[in-house]
Write a protein that binds this ligand. Structure first.
Ligand code: PMP
Length: 397
């Protein structure tokens, strides 16, 4: 008799054979500049907790108070009995922070992309995507029944070509949705959103930006990519983001017009059919917005640390790719070398993971570092010294 689950072991072992399985490291205690990973004290250099807010006293206090006042769970999905006053307050606060008419909070950023994109475009429509967009966007596009167009990474001229071809198609698409990451998570470069938005406006297309890595980083007080480029809000119909990165908590969100948010919550299956955030999560997210509005020093510190690290690494002769943000890839090329480099810097006390094929193209392996506002100058210099020692050993510099 055939074993119906033999593929579980076989496919896992195939991954192990190619060294493509995830070896999970365990963080004991909070995500802090210095933390304990697999029992070793190391400098955290790869978390998305850009501003150190996940361990900020005001967020922790808000979470504890919300448990006392509202309990541990919400009891339901939001459209039934799980729509607490805290959820409404968070959306009002976020909309004000983003200078948008309205915001809607999803359980995760992945739930926002995979739940909303298939509702914005379907059969007879066209979705045009940057070739390096995040996997949650790719899944959202797959779930739609729309035609797909891809333009070259961060290349408005190529986007113009795809939009031009769409215009000439017969019949032309009913609706066109252009989607891009704001900051690209593997390279740390920024999408040219100003030019993308102008082109889309010329062709009557909607724009959807995933600002997961731009929030808390770019724009006035960390308001994100729309603020960074000062793009008129009506030209970016969907500004999507997440509370899981610079905000330090968890949860996805979209901001735009009230028409957008009420459409989104009536249509997104991920929103309608999944339990709402527990009170502690929501209250911590509200506190994160409070901190961003009242403590501007975190965003400034993030950028100071970023400049210090990038300059030192360039001076040493490392290739740091095309990064313009606190995500700094240390380009290595070969996957095996990237893995060795990551293990060696871990031994030297720095935690940053290798990113290898198939996450990036063959020959483009790298160590992806992510800067954190909570690091001191000495911490940044410590990381540079570890890269210098390990890089010399590997013949990279
Ligand atoms: N978009 C991008 C660009 C991301 O990097 C991520 C997180 N890896 C997501 C969406 C998903 O966000 P979340 O963690 O809130 O599900």
């Amino acid at each position: 008799m055939r074993d119906p689950v033999s593929f579980l072991k076989e496919e896992y072992e195939a991954l192990v054979g190619q060294d493509l399985d995830w070896k999970l490291r365990v963080l004991a205690g909070p995500s802090a500049p210095w933390c304990h990973v697999d029992g070793k004290r190391v400098l955290m250099f790869c978390s998305n907790n850009y501003l150190g807010l996940s361990n900020h006293p005001r967020l922790k206090e808000a979470a504890i108070e919300a448990v006392k006042s509202h309990g541990a769970g919400s009891g339901s999905v939001r459209p039934i009995a799980g729509n607490m006053d805290l959820h409404v307050e968070l959306e009002e606060r976020l909309a004000r922070f983003k200078a948008a008419e309205a915001s809607l909070v999803y359980q995760t950023g992945f739930a926002a992309n995979s739940g909303l994109i298939p509702q914005l475009a379907g059969k007879d429509d066209l979705i045009i995507s940057d070739e390096l967009n995040h996997g949650s966007i790719i899944d959202g596009v797959r779930l739609s029944h729309a035609d797909r167009g891809v333009y070259k990474h961060a290349d408005p001229d190529d986007l113009g070509r795809v939009l031009g071809e769409a215009e000439k198609a017969s019949p032309p698409p009913r609706r066109i949705l252009v989607i891009t990451d704001g900051v690209f998570s593997m390279d740390g470069d920024i999408a040219p959103l100003d030019r993308i938005a102008s082109l889309a406006a010329e062709h009557g297309a909607m724009v959807y930006v995933d600002d997961a890595h731009g929030e808390g980083v770019l724009g006035e007080g960390g308001r994100g990519i729309v603020s960074h480029f000062r793009v008129p809000r009506e030209r970016v119909q969907v500004e999507m983001g997440t509370f899981s990165k610079a905000f330090g908590v968890v949860g996805g969100h979209v901001s735009g017009s009230r028409e957008l948010t009420r459409f989104a919550y009536n249509k997104s299956r991920t929103w309608l059919l999944s339990g709402s955030h527990p009170p502690a999560v929501v209250a911590a997210c509200i506190a994160a917005i409070d901190v961003l509005e009242s403590e501007p020093e975190h965003v400034k510190r993030l950028w100071d640390n970023t400049s210090r690290f990038k300059k030192a690494m360039k001076d040493l002769g490392f290739d740091i790719g095309r990064s313009e943000t606190p995500i700094t890839p240390v380009m290595v090329g070969d996957s095996a070398v990237a893995k060795r480099l990551s293990l060696r810097i871990f031994e030297l006390g720095v935690f940053a993971l290798p990113i290898v094929y198939p996450m990036v193209a063959q020959g483009k392996a790298r160590i992806r570092t992510i800067m954190n506002a909570a690091l001191s100058d000495e911490d940044v210099d410590f990381a540079v010294a570890a890269f210098e020692k390990a890089g010399k050993e590997q013949g990279l510099v």
